[in-house]
Design a protein around this ligand. Structure first.
Ligand code: ADP
Ligand code: MG
Ligand code: MG
Length: 247
């Protein structure tokens, strides 16, 4: 599904990713853990195509395409979804407007017809139900005045509506209370746990992985994957810390 080979990236002349290799096959969930400043968010941004990063070496093949050659909107239309550590607020634009626009622009890029207002609302209602988010919340401006947990649940509604092939979720569990964590975890499973989809879950804590069981856990340190293992590696990291496990 996605194969990252020898990826090197820098920002403002500072090297952040240093020869990162990672392959996620269809049907798999991989977790990335690692100390602060290791380059986890940078990896997510580079894959999403955020401006400002210079790729100095390496390649990323996504679903048979050269991902790094695509614009951010082309990447999204190709089925890549990025969940952000800090979701942005968009005053003056309702979630419903924003989501319908996002979905229909992706459909257009794929040569598909736009979804009608009625069909879109039906889809939005279904996904909001999955994340236990009231439809009234989706009529409010994007993320404005939302709690941390509501932002993350709204983002998962967005993921459900866009129905991506591959999702990169950057600290989706940050700021979630226990109930929201379970709802978001179950939402990720319902939307993304399919044989034709893949997930890269960036997290600091084992707790989200209790709901979304990873097939592979990686440790990212100093811009590279330094260790990989099964779900038990996350427990080991939580118990012993990064330094002990990576040393
Ligand atoms: P993580 O998500 O693993 O905590 P990040 O990818 O956010 O780490 O950051 C990796 C490193 O890149 C950090 O040392 C951070 O300070 C640095 N960094 C991020 N953005 C910039 C920037 N715009 N200019 C310079 N350094 C940056
Ligand atoms: Mg961080
Ligand atoms: Mg980060």
């Amino acid at each position: 599904m996605i194969e990252i080979t020898n990826l090197h990236a820098e920002i403002d002349g500072k090297k952040i990713l240093n020869g990162l290799n990672l392959r996620v096959d269809a049907g798999q969930v991989h977790a990335i853990m690692g100390p602060n400043g290791a380059g986890k968010s940078t990896l997510a941004y580079v894959l999403g195509g955020r401006p400002g990063y210079e790729i100095t070496a390496g390649s990323v093949v996504f679903d048979g395409q050269d991902l790094l050659a695509l614009d951010p909107h082309e990447r999204a239309a190709a089925g890549l979804f990025l969940g952000f550590q800090y979701p942005v607020e968009i005053p003056g634009v309702s979630n419903v407007q924003f989501l319908r626009e996002a979905l229909n622009s992706q459909r257009k890029a794929r040569g598909e017809d736009p979804l009608s207002g009625g069909d879109f609302l039906k889809l939005a209602r279904e996904k909001a139900g999955l994340l236990r988010l009231d439809m009234d919340m989706l009529k409010r401006p994007v993320n404005v005045g939302f709690s941390g947990g509501e932002k993350k649940r709204a983002e998962m509604v967005q993921m459900g509506i866009l129905d991506p092939k591959f999702a990169i979720l950057d600290e989706t569990d940050s700021g979630l209370d226990i109930d929201a964590l379970r709802i978001v975890g179950e939402g990720i499973n319902a939307i993304m746990r399919r044989p034709d989809k893949g997930v890269l879950l960036i997290t600091h804590y084992q707790r989200l992985l209790d709901y979304v069981r990873p097939d592979v856990v990686h440790v990212l340190a100093a811009g590279r994957i330094v260790k990989s293992g099964g779900a038990e590696l996350a427990l080991e990291l939580e118990r012993d810390g990064y330094e002990a496990v990576v040393a």
